[in-house]
Design a protein around this ligand. Structure first.
Ligand code: HMG
Ligand code: MG
Length: 284
């Protein structure tokens, strides 16, 4: 089994989307440019969602136009509907992501749609992305807990993963959106999900509200997962998930997996610098 753990940097998107004060495009671009020199293969940089819903991400096209792209990095963007997809394509996002939920309550709060309605909106995105040759990732939120419905059944996560797989997602990221998952429940959830998709097609996306993200990552490593989403400086939260705190910090994940003997290919000095920059951005 691979000794390489990839950290998918989501700070510029998941990390910043929740910031109440608008952060200027040039500052976002500066953060992404710095992150581009840290060794990441994939960085999530924008969302093409309704600016009424997430005002902080309204400048996605300008961000993608402003960054200095490295040819071997994929610059990803979230797309909730075909309109978002077209905008992401126009802005030359290298890859896109559709995002669903294992719980109806969160789907409604985040997308103003039931799980089935949201999937129906993703169908034309999947078709277009396939014909345009743009890789499509998928998220499933609330994989252990929902802010509105409590505990999530592992079978509901497995069904949501199967739907994203059938839609053509090359990888499905499992979101502990509110950061309340416990190692035993993450273990049970993964056992159910692995019936539908192999570990090589799964990623872990842990928010760190209860301080258990690193433990949960260890559980996922034990199940063979080797990709984890994280945000420099532990930035973030989801505006539609009350009580959600930041993503697990990139620097903490890198340190932990390296202690466990995995390679990350990341330059920890650059990441420390980026974490500092990210923290400063929150206070301006
Ligand atoms: P709606 O209000 O049901 O739909 O929103 P609508 O069609 O009435 O659109 C509302 C307004 O947005 C309209 O403008 C549309 O034109 C416009 P108006 O006519 O009122 O002036 N609009 C758009 N504008 C720009 N780009 C678009 C777009 N679509 C519509 N693509 C909608 C439905 C899906 C648009 C909305 O619910 C939405 O944008 N939701 C996204 C919420 C979001 O971004 N959440 C955070 C990301 S998910 C997350 O963080 C979880 C994750 O990290 C994993 C985890 O942690 O679990 C991924
Ligand atoms: Mg998230």
């Amino acid at each position: 089994m691979s000794n390489f753990v990839e950290i998918f940097e989501v700070g510029p998107r998941d990390g910043l989307q929740n910031e109440p004060e608008f952060i200027g495009t040039d500052r976002k671009v500066a953060l992404i440019n710095l992150l581009s020199s840290a060794g990441f293969k994939r960085i999530e940089v924008a969302s093409f969602v309704s600016p009424k819903w997430v005002p902080q991400m309204a400048d996605g096209a300008d961000v993608l136009a402003g960054i200095e792209r490295s040819a071997d990095i994929s610059y990803a963007a979230l797309t909730p509907n075909l309109r978002g997809y077209e905008a992401a394509k126009q802005a030359r996002a290298t890859e896109i992501a559709i995002f669903s939920s294992a719980s109806e309550g969160f789907s409604k709060a985040n997308l103003n749609a039931s799980i089935a309605e949201a999937l129906a909106r993703f169908e034309p995105i999947a078709k277009a992305a396939k014909s345009d040759g743009i890789p499509m990732r998928g998220y499933v939120s609330c994989v252990t807990d929902c802010p509105f419905e409590g505990l999530t059944a592992p079978s509901a996560v497995a069904s949501a993963v199967a739907a994203m797989r059938d839609m053509g997602c090359y990888e499905i990221s499992l979101g502990d959106t509110v950061g309340r998952g416990t190692p035993d429940r993450v273990d049970q959830m993964l056992s159910a999900v692995l019936e539908e998709a192999p570990a090589s097609k799964l990623a872990g996306h842990f928010h760190d509200t209860a301080g258990r993200a690193l433990e949960n990552i260890e559980v996922a490593l034990g199940h063979g997962l080797r990709v984890f989403d994280a945000a420099v400086g532990g930035l973030g939260g989801c505006p539609y998930a009350p009580g959600a705190s930041g993503n697990v910090a990139t620097e903490a994940v890198a340190a932990r997996v390296q202690d466990l003997g995995y390679e990350t290919g990341l330059d920890l000095e650059v990441i420390a610098e980026a974490a500092e920059l990210a923290r400063e951005m929150r206070h301006v």
